[in-house]
Design a protein around this ligand. Structure first.
Ligand SMILES: [Zn+2]
Length: 622
Protein backbone atom coordinates (compact mmCIF):
# COMPACT_ATOMS: atom_id res chain seq x y z
CA UNK A 1 0.00 0.00 0.00
CA UNK A 2 2.84 2.36 0.86
CA UNK A 3 4.17 1.86 -2.67
CA UNK A 4 0.79 2.89 -4.05
CA UNK A 5 0.84 6.08 -1.99
CA UNK A 6 4.34 7.10 -3.03
CA UNK A 7 5.60 9.64 -3.95
CA UNK A 8 2.69 12.08 -3.56
CA UNK A 9 1.53 10.92 -0.13
CA UNK A 10 4.43 10.63 2.33
CA UNK A 11 2.48 10.67 5.60
CA UNK A 12 2.10 6.94 6.14
CA UNK A 13 4.68 4.17 6.32
CA UNK A 14 7.51 6.25 4.90
CA UNK A 15 10.44 6.95 7.16
CA UNK A 16 11.52 10.58 6.99
CA UNK A 17 8.54 11.45 4.77
CA UNK A 18 7.99 14.84 6.40
CA UNK A 19 11.64 15.81 6.03
CA UNK A 20 11.67 14.74 2.36
CA UNK A 21 8.65 16.92 1.66
CA UNK A 22 10.18 19.94 3.39
CA UNK A 23 13.47 19.55 1.51
CA UNK A 24 11.66 19.17 -1.81
CA UNK A 25 9.52 22.27 -1.26
CA UNK A 26 12.53 24.32 -0.16
CA UNK A 27 14.36 23.30 -3.34
CA UNK A 28 11.29 24.26 -5.40
CA UNK A 29 11.03 27.67 -3.71
CA UNK A 30 14.71 28.52 -4.10
CA UNK A 31 15.21 27.21 -7.65
CA UNK A 32 15.53 29.61 -10.60
CA UNK A 33 12.33 28.93 -12.56
CA UNK A 34 11.79 30.36 -16.06
CA UNK A 35 8.33 31.65 -15.21
CA UNK A 36 6.43 32.76 -12.11
CA UNK A 37 5.39 29.86 -9.90
CA UNK A 38 2.65 29.48 -7.34
CA UNK A 39 2.79 27.34 -4.23
CA UNK A 40 -0.50 26.54 -2.49
CA UNK A 41 -0.90 24.86 0.89
CA UNK A 42 -4.27 23.27 1.55
CA UNK A 43 -5.96 23.18 4.91
CA UNK A 44 -8.99 20.96 5.49
CA UNK A 45 -11.51 21.52 8.25
CA UNK A 46 -11.29 18.74 10.81
CA UNK A 47 -10.02 16.45 8.04
CA UNK A 48 -9.97 12.97 9.61
CA UNK A 49 -13.46 13.36 11.05
CA UNK A 50 -15.17 14.53 7.90
CA UNK A 51 -14.87 11.81 5.26
CA UNK A 52 -18.23 10.22 4.43
CA UNK A 53 -18.13 6.65 5.73
CA UNK A 54 -19.68 5.26 2.57
CA UNK A 55 -17.13 7.11 0.45
CA UNK A 56 -14.16 6.03 2.53
CA UNK A 57 -15.20 2.38 2.62
CA UNK A 58 -15.74 2.49 -1.15
CA UNK A 59 -12.22 3.80 -1.68
CA UNK A 60 -10.76 1.15 0.64
CA UNK A 61 -12.66 -1.55 -1.28
CA UNK A 62 -11.17 -0.42 -4.58
CA UNK A 63 -7.64 0.46 -3.47
CA UNK A 64 -6.80 -1.81 -0.53
CA UNK A 65 -9.53 -4.51 -0.30
CA UNK A 66 -7.59 -6.51 2.31
CA UNK A 67 -8.36 -3.78 4.87
CA UNK A 68 -12.05 -3.73 4.05
CA UNK A 69 -13.40 -6.50 6.36
CA UNK A 70 -11.84 -4.88 9.43
CA UNK A 71 -12.87 -1.34 8.51
CA UNK A 72 -16.36 -2.45 7.66
CA UNK A 73 -16.71 -3.98 11.10
CA UNK A 74 -15.64 -0.70 12.64
CA UNK A 75 -17.39 1.84 10.45
CA UNK A 76 -20.30 0.19 8.63
CA UNK A 77 -22.79 1.39 11.24
CA UNK A 78 -22.80 4.69 13.11
CA UNK A 79 -21.31 4.56 16.60
CA UNK A 80 -22.90 6.23 19.60
CA UNK A 81 -21.34 9.23 21.30
CA UNK A 82 -22.85 10.29 24.58
CA UNK A 83 -23.46 13.87 25.62
CA UNK A 84 -25.67 14.04 28.73
CA UNK A 85 -28.24 11.24 28.22
CA UNK A 86 -28.83 11.77 24.55
CA UNK A 87 -26.74 9.63 22.18
CA UNK A 88 -25.20 11.38 19.19
CA UNK A 89 -24.51 9.27 16.13
CA UNK A 90 -20.97 9.36 14.84
CA UNK A 91 -21.45 8.93 11.11
CA UNK A 92 -18.39 10.49 9.51
CA UNK A 93 -14.66 10.04 9.47
CA UNK A 94 -12.24 7.84 11.32
CA UNK A 95 -12.47 7.50 15.07
CA UNK A 96 -9.78 9.46 16.89
CA UNK A 97 -6.98 7.18 18.00
CA UNK A 98 -7.80 4.47 15.47
CA UNK A 99 -4.44 3.13 14.25
CA UNK A 100 -6.03 2.57 10.85
CA UNK A 101 -7.07 6.23 10.69
CA UNK A 102 -3.94 7.60 8.97
CA UNK A 103 -3.64 4.85 6.29
CA UNK A 104 -7.41 4.89 5.80
CA UNK A 105 -7.41 8.64 5.31
CA UNK A 106 -4.52 8.38 2.83
CA UNK A 107 -6.48 5.78 0.86
CA UNK A 108 -9.56 7.98 1.01
CA UNK A 109 -7.85 10.91 -0.66
CA UNK A 110 -5.45 8.92 -2.85
CA UNK A 111 -7.34 9.21 -6.14
CA UNK A 112 -7.50 12.96 -5.68
CA UNK A 113 -3.81 13.37 -4.70
CA UNK A 114 -2.73 11.25 -7.65
CA UNK A 115 -4.94 13.09 -10.12
CA UNK A 116 -3.46 16.55 -9.54
CA UNK A 117 -1.38 17.85 -12.42
CA UNK A 118 0.88 20.31 -10.59
CA UNK A 119 4.44 19.25 -11.05
CA UNK A 120 5.09 19.67 -7.34
CA UNK A 121 2.51 17.65 -5.50
CA UNK A 122 3.23 16.46 -1.97
CA UNK A 123 0.96 15.42 0.89
CA UNK A 124 1.61 14.56 4.50
CA UNK A 125 -1.74 13.03 5.49
CA UNK A 126 -4.13 15.98 5.13
CA UNK A 127 -1.41 18.61 4.70
CA UNK A 128 -1.17 19.06 0.95
CA UNK A 129 1.11 21.38 -0.99
CA UNK A 130 1.11 21.92 -4.74
CA UNK A 131 3.35 24.10 -6.87
CA UNK A 132 3.39 24.99 -10.56
CA UNK A 133 2.45 27.75 -12.99
CA UNK A 134 -0.84 29.50 -12.27
CA UNK A 135 -3.19 27.73 -14.75
CA UNK A 136 -2.15 24.27 -13.55
CA UNK A 137 -2.52 25.26 -9.90
CA UNK A 138 -5.94 26.76 -10.56
CA UNK A 139 -7.01 23.55 -12.31
CA UNK A 140 -5.86 21.51 -9.32
CA UNK A 141 -7.63 23.75 -6.81
CA UNK A 142 -10.84 23.14 -8.75
CA UNK A 143 -10.19 19.39 -8.61
CA UNK A 144 -9.68 19.52 -4.85
CA UNK A 145 -12.86 21.57 -4.42
CA UNK A 146 -14.92 19.11 -6.43
CA UNK A 147 -13.35 16.21 -4.53
CA UNK A 148 -14.53 17.90 -1.32
CA UNK A 149 -18.11 17.75 -2.60
CA UNK A 150 -18.09 13.99 -3.04
CA UNK A 151 -15.90 13.00 -0.09
CA UNK A 152 -17.29 15.12 2.72
CA UNK A 153 -14.07 17.09 3.25
CA UNK A 154 -14.15 20.85 3.16
CA UNK A 155 -11.35 23.33 2.57
CA UNK A 156 -10.72 25.99 5.17
CA UNK A 157 -9.91 28.78 2.71
CA UNK A 158 -8.85 31.23 5.43
CA UNK A 159 -6.18 28.87 6.59
CA UNK A 160 -4.94 27.84 3.14
CA UNK A 161 -1.76 29.65 2.11
CA UNK A 162 -0.24 30.84 -1.12
CA UNK A 163 3.37 31.76 -1.86
CA UNK A 164 4.76 33.13 -5.12
CA UNK A 165 8.14 32.20 -6.56
CA UNK A 166 10.00 34.27 -9.17
CA UNK A 167 7.08 36.65 -9.57
CA UNK A 168 7.01 40.45 -9.88
CA UNK A 169 4.67 42.50 -7.70
CA UNK A 170 2.16 42.86 -10.55
CA UNK A 171 2.30 39.15 -11.32
CA UNK A 172 1.69 38.38 -7.69
CA UNK A 173 -1.32 40.68 -7.46
CA UNK A 174 -2.84 39.21 -10.62
CA UNK A 175 -2.23 35.61 -9.57
CA UNK A 176 -3.49 36.23 -6.05
CA UNK A 177 -6.74 37.65 -7.43
CA UNK A 178 -7.26 34.53 -9.56
CA UNK A 179 -6.56 32.18 -6.68
CA UNK A 180 -8.64 34.04 -4.12
CA UNK A 181 -11.56 33.87 -6.52
CA UNK A 182 -11.52 30.10 -5.91
CA UNK A 183 -10.35 30.20 -2.30
CA UNK A 184 -11.69 33.45 -0.84
CA UNK A 185 -9.55 34.73 2.02
CA UNK A 186 -6.52 32.53 1.23
CA UNK A 187 -3.54 33.79 3.19
CA UNK A 188 -0.59 35.23 1.27
CA UNK A 189 2.69 34.30 2.98
CA UNK A 190 6.17 35.70 2.46
CA UNK A 191 9.66 34.35 3.04
CA UNK A 192 9.52 35.07 6.74
CA UNK A 193 6.30 33.16 7.30
CA UNK A 194 6.33 30.25 4.86
CA UNK A 195 6.39 27.04 6.84
CA UNK A 196 5.84 23.48 5.70
CA UNK A 197 4.95 20.92 8.34
CA UNK A 198 6.24 23.22 11.07
CA UNK A 199 9.53 23.80 9.35
CA UNK A 200 10.42 27.28 8.03
CA UNK A 201 11.51 27.23 4.39
CA UNK A 202 13.67 30.38 4.39
CA UNK A 203 16.28 31.68 6.81
CA UNK A 204 14.09 34.64 7.77
CA UNK A 205 11.38 32.33 9.04
CA UNK A 206 13.91 30.09 10.70
CA UNK A 207 15.26 33.00 12.72
CA UNK A 208 11.78 33.83 13.94
CA UNK A 209 11.04 30.20 14.70
CA UNK A 210 14.26 29.82 16.69
CA UNK A 211 13.53 32.94 18.71
CA UNK A 212 10.13 31.65 19.77
CA UNK A 213 11.48 28.16 20.41
CA UNK A 214 14.26 29.60 22.56
CA UNK A 215 11.68 31.38 24.68
CA UNK A 216 9.58 28.26 25.18
CA UNK A 217 12.61 26.06 25.96
CA UNK A 218 13.86 28.67 28.43
CA UNK A 219 10.51 28.64 30.20
CA UNK A 220 10.41 24.84 30.38
CA UNK A 221 14.02 24.60 31.55
CA UNK A 222 13.31 27.26 34.17
CA UNK A 223 10.56 25.11 35.63
CA UNK A 224 12.92 22.16 36.01
CA UNK A 225 14.61 23.88 38.92
CA UNK A 226 11.44 23.39 40.93
CA UNK A 227 12.05 19.65 40.85
CA UNK A 228 14.52 17.41 42.63
CA UNK A 229 17.89 17.00 40.92
CA UNK A 230 17.69 13.41 39.72
CA UNK A 231 14.22 13.50 38.09
CA UNK A 232 14.95 16.96 36.68
CA UNK A 233 18.14 15.64 35.09
CA UNK A 234 16.24 12.70 33.64
CA UNK A 235 13.55 14.90 32.06
CA UNK A 236 16.11 17.43 30.87
CA UNK A 237 18.28 14.84 29.18
CA UNK A 238 15.52 12.84 27.61
CA UNK A 239 12.98 15.39 26.52
CA UNK A 240 14.04 18.99 26.96
CA UNK A 241 17.52 19.19 25.49
CA UNK A 242 18.70 18.80 21.91
CA UNK A 243 15.99 16.23 21.10
CA UNK A 244 13.51 19.15 21.12
CA UNK A 245 15.35 20.60 18.14
CA UNK A 246 15.92 17.39 16.26
CA UNK A 247 13.28 17.87 13.58
CA UNK A 248 14.20 21.52 13.07
CA UNK A 249 17.90 20.72 12.78
CA UNK A 250 17.22 17.94 10.29
CA UNK A 251 14.72 19.75 8.13
CA UNK A 252 16.17 23.31 8.12
CA UNK A 253 19.47 24.97 7.44
CA UNK A 254 19.78 25.84 11.12
CA UNK A 255 23.60 25.80 10.94
CA UNK A 256 23.38 29.23 9.29
CA UNK A 257 22.11 30.73 12.55
CA UNK A 258 25.18 30.16 14.66
CA UNK A 259 24.31 32.82 17.24
CA UNK A 260 20.86 31.28 17.82
CA UNK A 261 22.37 27.80 18.17
CA UNK A 262 24.87 29.14 20.69
CA UNK A 263 22.02 30.80 22.60
CA UNK A 264 20.21 27.45 22.81
CA UNK A 265 23.38 25.72 23.99
CA UNK A 266 23.88 28.37 26.64
CA UNK A 267 20.36 27.67 27.94
CA UNK A 268 21.23 23.97 28.09
CA UNK A 269 24.47 24.69 29.94
CA UNK A 270 22.93 27.01 32.50
CA UNK A 271 20.01 24.61 33.01
CA UNK A 272 22.39 21.77 33.76
CA UNK A 273 24.23 24.07 36.14
CA UNK A 274 21.06 25.13 37.91
CA UNK A 275 19.40 21.74 38.25
CA UNK A 276 22.53 19.86 39.27
CA UNK A 277 23.75 22.68 41.52
CA UNK A 278 27.26 22.12 40.14
CA UNK A 279 29.35 24.70 38.31
CA UNK A 280 29.45 23.50 34.70
CA UNK A 281 31.56 25.53 32.29
CA UNK A 282 34.48 25.29 29.86
CA UNK A 283 35.92 21.80 29.94
CA UNK A 284 33.12 20.29 32.04
CA UNK A 285 30.45 21.67 29.68
CA UNK A 286 32.34 20.32 26.68
CA UNK A 287 32.41 16.95 28.39
CA UNK A 288 28.72 17.12 29.34
CA UNK A 289 27.83 17.73 25.71
CA UNK A 290 29.37 14.42 24.62
CA UNK A 291 27.23 11.26 24.39
CA UNK A 292 27.19 8.97 27.43
CA UNK A 293 29.53 6.52 25.70
CA UNK A 294 32.17 9.23 25.48
CA UNK A 295 31.98 10.20 29.13
CA UNK A 296 29.42 12.97 28.65
CA UNK A 297 25.92 13.54 29.94
CA UNK A 298 24.30 13.14 26.51
CA UNK A 299 23.18 16.79 26.50
CA UNK A 300 24.31 17.43 22.96
CA UNK A 301 25.05 20.95 21.76
CA UNK A 302 22.75 21.89 18.89
CA UNK A 303 25.70 23.74 17.41
CA UNK A 304 27.51 20.41 17.01
CA UNK A 305 24.45 18.60 15.66
CA UNK A 306 23.20 21.13 13.10
CA UNK A 307 25.37 20.14 10.13
CA UNK A 308 25.30 16.33 10.69
CA UNK A 309 21.51 16.42 11.22
CA UNK A 310 20.79 18.46 8.09
CA UNK A 311 23.14 16.61 5.76
CA UNK A 312 22.05 13.14 6.89
CA UNK A 313 18.43 14.18 6.47
CA UNK A 314 19.06 15.49 2.95
CA UNK A 315 20.88 12.32 1.92
CA UNK A 316 18.40 9.93 3.53
CA UNK A 317 15.43 11.65 1.91
CA UNK A 318 17.06 12.42 -1.43
CA UNK A 319 15.38 9.55 -3.33
CA UNK A 320 11.93 10.61 -2.27
CA UNK A 321 12.59 14.34 -2.61
CA UNK A 322 14.03 13.82 -6.10
CA UNK A 323 10.93 11.87 -7.03
CA UNK A 324 8.74 14.76 -5.82
CA UNK A 325 10.82 17.20 -7.88
CA UNK A 326 11.31 14.96 -10.90
CA UNK A 327 8.88 16.88 -13.12
CA UNK A 328 10.86 20.05 -12.55
CA UNK A 329 14.08 18.25 -13.28
CA UNK A 330 15.48 19.42 -9.94
CA UNK A 331 17.66 17.38 -7.63
CA UNK A 332 17.85 17.77 -3.89
CA UNK A 333 21.61 17.36 -3.65
CA UNK A 334 22.51 20.55 -5.46
CA UNK A 335 25.56 22.74 -5.60
CA UNK A 336 24.69 24.35 -2.26
CA UNK A 337 24.88 21.01 -0.53
CA UNK A 338 28.08 20.07 -2.33
CA UNK A 339 29.67 23.40 -1.36
CA UNK A 340 28.64 22.86 2.22
CA UNK A 341 30.29 19.44 2.20
CA UNK A 342 33.45 20.88 0.65
CA UNK A 343 33.89 23.06 3.72
CA UNK A 344 33.83 20.06 6.04
CA UNK A 345 37.21 18.45 6.82
CA UNK A 346 37.65 15.27 4.78
CA UNK A 347 37.93 13.02 7.84
CA UNK A 348 34.41 14.01 8.98
CA UNK A 349 32.75 13.05 5.68
CA UNK A 350 31.30 9.53 5.40
CA UNK A 351 32.79 7.49 2.56
CA UNK A 352 29.74 6.85 0.43
CA UNK A 353 26.17 7.99 -0.11
CA UNK A 354 24.67 5.09 1.84
CA UNK A 355 26.75 6.01 4.91
CA UNK A 356 25.86 9.67 4.43
CA UNK A 357 22.22 8.84 5.13
CA UNK A 358 22.92 8.12 8.79
CA UNK A 359 23.37 11.07 11.15
CA UNK A 360 25.70 9.11 13.39
CA UNK A 361 28.20 8.69 10.54
CA UNK A 362 28.56 12.48 10.25
CA UNK A 363 28.51 12.98 13.99
CA UNK A 364 30.76 10.24 15.31
CA UNK A 365 34.07 11.37 13.77
CA UNK A 366 33.55 14.85 15.27
CA UNK A 367 32.77 13.37 18.68
CA UNK A 368 35.83 11.15 18.52
CA UNK A 369 38.07 14.01 17.57
CA UNK A 370 36.65 16.22 20.31
CA UNK A 371 37.14 13.45 22.84
CA UNK A 372 40.77 12.89 21.80
CA UNK A 373 41.41 16.61 21.86
CA UNK A 374 40.02 16.86 25.39
CA UNK A 375 41.88 13.74 26.47
CA UNK A 376 45.21 14.87 25.05
CA UNK A 377 44.99 18.30 26.65
CA UNK A 378 44.09 16.93 30.09
CA UNK A 379 46.14 16.13 33.14
CA UNK A 380 46.09 12.51 34.38
CA UNK A 381 43.15 12.86 36.81
CA UNK A 382 40.90 14.26 34.09
CA UNK A 383 42.10 11.55 31.71
CA UNK A 384 41.22 8.83 34.20
CA UNK A 385 37.83 10.46 34.71
CA UNK A 386 37.15 10.64 30.97
CA UNK A 387 38.15 7.02 30.41
CA UNK A 388 36.16 5.64 33.34
CA UNK A 389 33.09 7.73 32.47
CA UNK A 390 33.15 6.42 28.92
CA UNK A 391 32.42 2.86 30.01
CA UNK A 392 28.88 1.66 29.48
CA UNK A 393 28.27 0.76 33.11
CA UNK A 394 29.41 4.13 34.48
CA UNK A 395 26.41 6.01 33.09
CA UNK A 396 23.70 3.59 34.23
CA UNK A 397 22.60 5.96 37.01
CA UNK A 398 21.76 8.50 34.32
CA UNK A 399 19.54 6.02 32.50
CA UNK A 400 17.41 4.81 35.39
CA UNK A 401 13.81 5.79 36.00
CA UNK A 402 14.40 7.95 39.08
CA UNK A 403 11.81 6.34 41.32
CA UNK A 404 12.00 5.99 45.08
CA UNK A 405 9.65 2.98 44.94
CA UNK A 406 12.20 1.17 42.80
CA UNK A 407 15.05 2.32 45.06
CA UNK A 408 16.58 4.16 42.11
CA UNK A 409 16.18 7.76 43.22
CA UNK A 410 19.29 9.70 44.20
CA UNK A 411 18.84 12.40 46.82
CA UNK A 412 19.80 15.91 45.73
CA UNK A 413 23.27 15.87 47.25
CA UNK A 414 24.13 12.46 45.80
CA UNK A 415 22.91 13.50 42.36
CA UNK A 416 24.89 16.75 42.54
CA UNK A 417 28.02 14.86 43.56
CA UNK A 418 27.43 12.25 40.85
CA UNK A 419 27.29 14.98 38.18
CA UNK A 420 30.27 16.77 39.70
CA UNK A 421 32.41 13.64 39.83
CA UNK A 422 31.58 12.74 36.23
CA UNK A 423 32.37 16.22 34.95
CA UNK A 424 35.16 17.15 37.35
CA UNK A 425 33.34 20.06 38.99
CA UNK A 426 34.05 21.67 42.32
CA UNK A 427 32.21 19.68 45.00
CA UNK A 428 33.03 21.46 48.27
CA UNK A 429 35.18 24.13 49.86
CA UNK A 430 38.72 23.23 50.84
CA UNK A 431 38.72 21.78 54.36
CA UNK A 432 40.47 19.43 56.71
CA UNK A 433 39.33 15.78 56.66
CA UNK A 434 38.72 13.73 59.80
CA UNK A 435 42.01 12.00 59.04
CA UNK A 436 43.80 15.34 59.24
CA UNK A 437 44.59 15.64 55.55
CA UNK A 438 43.55 18.55 53.41
CA UNK A 439 40.50 18.01 51.15
CA UNK A 440 40.63 20.04 47.95
CA UNK A 441 37.66 21.64 46.24
CA UNK A 442 37.18 18.57 44.02
CA UNK A 443 36.41 16.57 47.18
CA UNK A 444 38.17 13.52 45.75
CA UNK A 445 40.10 12.72 48.91
CA UNK A 446 36.89 11.38 50.52
CA UNK A 447 36.60 8.60 47.94
CA UNK A 448 39.79 6.91 49.11
CA UNK A 449 39.93 8.00 52.77
CA UNK A 450 39.41 5.22 55.33
CA UNK A 451 37.97 7.66 57.85
CA UNK A 452 35.24 9.06 55.64
CA UNK A 453 33.06 6.03 56.38
CA UNK A 454 30.86 5.89 53.30
CA UNK A 455 32.80 3.04 51.72
CA UNK A 456 31.55 0.54 54.34
CA UNK A 457 27.86 1.19 53.68
CA UNK A 458 28.56 1.35 49.93
CA UNK A 459 30.23 -2.04 50.00
CA UNK A 460 27.39 -3.58 52.03
CA UNK A 461 24.77 -2.12 49.73
CA UNK A 462 26.40 -3.55 46.60
CA UNK A 463 26.85 -6.86 48.37
CA UNK A 464 23.14 -6.95 49.21
CA UNK A 465 22.26 -6.18 45.59
CA UNK A 466 24.28 -9.18 44.45
CA UNK A 467 22.76 -11.39 47.13
CA UNK A 468 19.29 -10.46 45.79
CA UNK A 469 20.47 -11.02 42.24
CA UNK A 470 21.65 -14.55 43.13
CA UNK A 471 18.31 -15.20 44.82
CA UNK A 472 16.30 -14.04 41.82
CA UNK A 473 18.50 -16.21 39.60
CA UNK A 474 17.34 -19.17 41.73
CA UNK A 475 20.39 -19.47 43.99
CA UNK A 476 19.59 -19.08 47.68
CA UNK A 477 22.65 -17.63 49.37
CA UNK A 478 24.24 -16.39 52.56
CA UNK A 479 25.84 -13.00 53.04
CA UNK A 480 29.17 -13.14 54.89
CA UNK A 481 28.78 -16.85 55.74
CA UNK A 482 30.27 -18.06 58.99
CA UNK A 483 32.38 -21.17 59.18
CA UNK A 484 34.53 -20.50 56.16
CA UNK A 485 37.34 -18.05 56.00
CA UNK A 486 39.70 -16.71 53.39
CA UNK A 487 43.45 -17.19 53.53
CA UNK A 488 43.73 -13.92 55.47
CA UNK A 489 41.14 -15.04 58.02
CA UNK A 490 38.31 -12.77 56.81
CA UNK A 491 34.94 -14.02 55.60
CA UNK A 492 33.86 -14.00 51.94
CA UNK A 493 31.08 -11.54 51.11
CA UNK A 494 28.67 -14.25 50.10
CA UNK A 495 28.13 -17.84 49.15
CA UNK A 496 25.39 -19.68 47.28
CA UNK A 497 23.73 -22.50 49.22
CA UNK A 498 23.34 -24.72 46.18
CA UNK A 499 25.97 -25.54 43.57
CA UNK A 500 26.60 -22.89 40.89
CA UNK A 501 28.30 -25.26 38.46
CA UNK A 502 30.46 -28.42 38.49
CA UNK A 503 28.65 -29.38 41.70
CA UNK A 504 30.27 -26.52 43.59
CA UNK A 505 28.91 -23.51 45.40
CA UNK A 506 30.22 -20.15 44.40
CA UNK A 507 31.79 -17.59 46.76
CA UNK A 508 31.90 -13.93 45.86
CA UNK A 509 33.77 -10.94 47.15
CA UNK A 510 32.76 -7.36 46.44
CA UNK A 511 35.21 -4.49 46.25
CA UNK A 512 34.91 -0.87 45.14
CA UNK A 513 38.15 0.93 44.37
CA UNK A 514 38.62 4.62 43.76
CA UNK A 515 39.46 5.36 40.12
CA UNK A 516 40.90 8.75 41.05
CA UNK A 517 42.98 7.82 44.12
CA UNK A 518 46.43 9.43 43.73
CA UNK A 519 48.19 6.06 43.89
CA UNK A 520 46.08 4.68 41.04
CA UNK A 521 46.02 7.65 38.69
CA UNK A 522 49.07 6.57 36.72
CA UNK A 523 47.26 3.38 35.79
CA UNK A 524 43.65 4.54 35.59
CA UNK A 525 44.57 7.41 33.26
CA UNK A 526 45.72 4.86 30.67
CA UNK A 527 42.98 2.23 30.70
CA UNK A 528 39.40 2.22 31.96
CA UNK A 529 38.66 -0.45 34.52
CA UNK A 530 42.32 -1.24 35.15
CA UNK A 531 42.06 -0.59 38.90
CA UNK A 532 39.12 -2.98 39.19
CA UNK A 533 41.08 -5.46 37.07
CA UNK A 534 43.96 -5.33 39.57
CA UNK A 535 41.56 -5.69 42.46
CA UNK A 536 40.05 -8.82 40.88
CA UNK A 537 43.47 -10.45 40.62
CA UNK A 538 44.36 -9.42 44.14
CA UNK A 539 41.13 -10.95 45.49
CA UNK A 540 42.00 -14.32 43.94
CA UNK A 541 45.12 -14.45 46.13
CA UNK A 542 42.92 -14.60 49.24
CA UNK A 543 40.96 -17.56 47.99
CA UNK A 544 43.69 -19.99 46.95
CA UNK A 545 42.77 -22.48 49.67
CA UNK A 546 38.98 -22.06 49.41
CA UNK A 547 39.12 -22.52 45.65
CA UNK A 548 40.00 -26.18 46.23
CA UNK A 549 36.35 -26.79 47.24
CA UNK A 550 34.44 -23.76 45.96
CA UNK A 551 34.15 -21.66 42.87
CA UNK A 552 35.05 -18.03 43.35
CA UNK A 553 34.30 -14.77 41.57
CA UNK A 554 35.51 -11.33 42.50
CA UNK A 555 33.03 -8.48 41.93
CA UNK A 556 35.12 -5.37 41.44
CA UNK A 557 33.85 -1.89 40.65
CA UNK A 558 35.43 1.52 40.65
CA UNK A 559 34.11 4.73 42.18
CA UNK A 560 33.36 6.18 38.75
CA UNK A 561 31.31 3.14 37.88
CA UNK A 562 33.56 1.06 35.63
CA UNK A 563 34.10 -2.60 36.44
CA UNK A 564 36.77 -5.23 36.02
CA UNK A 565 36.85 -7.64 33.07
CA UNK A 566 36.11 -10.75 35.15
CA UNK A 567 33.20 -8.96 36.84
CA UNK A 568 31.84 -8.02 33.43
CA UNK A 569 31.85 -11.64 32.24
CA UNK A 570 30.34 -12.88 35.48
CA UNK A 571 27.54 -10.29 35.48
CA UNK A 572 26.69 -11.25 31.92
CA UNK A 573 26.32 -14.86 32.99
CA UNK A 574 24.37 -14.01 36.13
CA UNK A 575 22.16 -11.69 34.06
CA UNK A 576 21.33 -14.42 31.57
CA UNK A 577 20.40 -16.86 34.38
CA UNK A 578 18.22 -14.15 35.97
CA UNK A 579 16.60 -13.52 32.60
CA UNK A 580 15.72 -17.19 32.20
CA UNK A 581 14.47 -17.48 35.76
CA UNK A 582 12.35 -14.33 35.79
CA UNK A 583 11.48 -13.92 32.13
CA UNK A 584 12.54 -10.28 32.36
CA UNK A 585 14.77 -9.52 29.35
CA UNK A 586 16.41 -6.49 31.00
CA UNK A 587 17.42 -8.27 34.21
CA UNK A 588 21.11 -7.57 33.76
CA UNK A 589 20.47 -3.95 32.96
CA UNK A 590 18.39 -3.51 36.10
CA UNK A 591 21.12 -5.14 38.16
CA UNK A 592 23.71 -2.73 36.77
CA UNK A 593 21.38 0.21 37.37
CA UNK A 594 20.99 -0.71 41.02
CA UNK A 595 24.75 -1.11 41.42
CA UNK A 596 25.37 2.20 39.70
CA UNK A 597 22.97 4.01 42.03
CA UNK A 598 24.56 2.32 45.08
CA UNK A 599 28.02 3.44 43.93
CA UNK A 600 26.84 7.04 43.52
CA UNK A 601 25.36 6.96 47.02
CA UNK A 602 28.61 5.56 48.34
CA UNK A 603 30.60 8.32 46.64
CA UNK A 604 28.35 10.98 48.06
CA UNK A 605 28.56 9.50 51.53
CA UNK A 606 32.39 9.28 51.31
CA UNK A 607 32.74 12.88 50.19
CA UNK A 608 30.30 14.27 52.74
CA UNK A 609 31.97 12.06 55.36
CA UNK A 610 35.14 14.16 55.16
CA UNK A 611 33.18 17.11 56.54
CA UNK A 612 33.03 15.37 59.91
CA UNK A 613 30.11 14.66 62.18
CA UNK A 614 30.26 17.99 64.00
CA UNK A 615 29.90 19.93 60.78
CA UNK A 616 26.97 17.84 59.61
CA UNK A 617 25.37 18.38 63.03
CA UNK A 618 25.83 22.10 62.49
CA UNK A 619 23.70 21.83 59.37
CA UNK A 620 20.88 20.26 61.35
CA UNK A 621 21.11 23.00 63.98
CA UNK A 622 20.71 25.56 61.25
ZN1 LIG B 1 40.61 11.72 55.05
Amino acid sequence: MVEQLKPFQVGFGIEGGAEALVHAIRRFCTAAHDEPMVLVKFDFKNAFNMLFRKFMLGEVKDICPELLPLLQQAYRLPSNLYFTDEPLFSKRGYQQGDPLGPPGFCIGIMRMTHSLLSRLNGWYLDDGTIGDVLPTVLGDIKKVLSFCDVSGLSLNANKCEVFFVNASAEDEARMYADISALLPGIKRVDESSLEILGSPIFELGLERMFSSKIESIRLMCDRLKLMDVHPALCIFRKSLSSCRFNYLLRSCRAFLLLDKLKAVDEIFRSTLEVISNAKVDGFSWDQASLPLSFGGMGIRKVEDLAVPAYLSSVYSSSNLSDKLLERFNLRIIDNDILHLIEEIPQEYIPDNDALKEVQKNWDLPRIKSKFSEMFDSSEPTARARLLASSTKESSKWLQVVPSSQLGLLLDNNSARIAVGLRLGCQLCEEHECLCGRNVKKDGLHGLSCNKSGGWISGHDEVNKIFSHAFSSAGFPNLVQPTGISRDDGKRPDGMTLIPWSHGRQILWDVTIKDTLAPSYINQSSKKAGSIADNAERYKHNHYIRLKENYLFTPIAFESLGSMGPETKIFIKKLGSIMRKASGEPRSMDYLLQKVSIAIQRRNSSCILGTLGRSRIDDFYLL
